[in-house]
Design a protein around this ligand. Structure first.
Ligand code: UDP
Ligand code: MG
Length: 315
């Protein structure tokens, strides 16, 4: 059974046509399915259409947020209500083509947990296409998962993948990365992309910056085995270590000059070095304490409880 989750923000004109195309695509593949539309605070009357679709077709359900909470929240709410063992997420604006579902299912069956779409010929304005190319290169470089189109709207996942993803902020951009970090098998297939016919894009520069900031935490999580606070610990120890080395060196010079009387006059300006070393040592102690605090918070709030991912178990 396939659950199709569609986040919707002001896409009223597309919904009925999208429903029709999904029906046609699923009829072709012969798969049993349900569609969950999540209205993320639309103000264009789209909810009435969703209600109507749900009324006419028992396979359709709708969820309506009180206000706009963002695409990640909408996906999470939809997936939480999904009953299928496969979950397809796709945009509501008819830019993603439901006709791709068959090819994506076949790819998943060939041994993957996540099949990510790849808009080979992306039909969006250049000011979306080029930042997105940079974004994909950056994400690939920072996380080690090289995909052409991390943030493609259409994605097919096994339900267990979604059960383990912890979504917040703008993390829908990193679904393949988060899945990959937990050991799921991620791949991509080329998909057909269509220009936006109705309405306008909801993702501008502001959301791009937020997504970029999320990349930092996601990359840290990947690089530090789910414990970004270890970066603070590492930096702090490094800083304190350099400071301590400086002080040791100064102590050594002091001994040579004042106890062994080998060095006269002083070989270096010792005051600035003393100052720098002391500052580095103190700074290091502070940063390390910050890391410790973060670790304590994480440990005591149980936010680290899902630090593993089980593949199989015996009865
Ligand atoms: N969307 C949403 N909540 C938001 C922003 C967008 O549910 O806060 C939905 C939107 O209705 C669409 C999908 O997310 O179905 C992708 O948005 P859009 O097409 O505007 O993004 P683009 O294709 O321009 O990157
Ligand atoms: Mg779109």
């Amino acid at each position: 059974m396939l659950s199709i989750v569609v986040p919707v923000l002001n896409e009223a004109e597309s919904l009925a046509e999208l429903h029709r195309q999904i029906l046609a695509a699923c009829r072709d593949t012969g798969i049993e399915f349900e569609v969950i539309f999540v209205d993320d605070g639309s103000t264009d009357g789209g909810w009435a259409t969703i209600r109507q679709l749900a009324n006419d077709d028992a396979r359709v359900r709708g969820v309506r947020f009180r206000r706009n909470f963002g695409k990640s929240a909408a996906l999470t709410a939809g997936v939480a209500r999904a009953t299928g063992d496969l979950i397809l997420t796709m945009d509501a604006d008819l830019q993603d083509d439901p006709a791709e579902i068959g090819a994506m299912l076949r790819k998943l069956e060939s041994g993957f947990d996540v099949v990510n779409g790849w808009k080979i010929r992306r039909l969006d304005p250049w000011h979306k296409v080029y930042p997105s190319k940079v974004f994909n290169a950056l994400v690939g470089w920072m996380t080690g998962l090289k995909l052409h189109d991390h943030n493609c709207g259409i994605k097919l996942c096994r339900a267990e993948v979604w059960r383990e993803l912890r979504m917040y902020g703008e993390r829908h951009r990193f679904i393949p990365v988060l899945a990959h970090a937990r050991g799921f098998r991620v791949t991509e297939v080329p998909v057909h992309h269509r220009p936006r016919e109705f309405g306008h894009s909801k993702f501008g520069a502001k959301r791009f910056v937020r997504g970029f900031l999320d990349l930092m935490t996601v990359a840290f999580l990947n690089g530090f085995g789910q414990r970004p606070q270890h970066l603070l610990g590492g930096l702090g120890l490094l800083s304190a270590g350099i400071g301590a080395l400086g002080l040791l060196f100064l102590g050594f010079i002091w001994l040579l000059m004042n106890v062994f009387h080998v060095l006269t006059p002083a070989p270096i300006g010792q005051r600035p070095l003393l100052l720098y070393s002391a500052v580095l040592l103190l700074l290091g102690a502070q940063i390390t304490s910050l890391g410790l605090l973060a670790e304590l918070i994480v440990a005591n709030t149980g936010r680290d409880e899902q630090a593993f991912s089980v593949l199989e178990e015996t009865a």
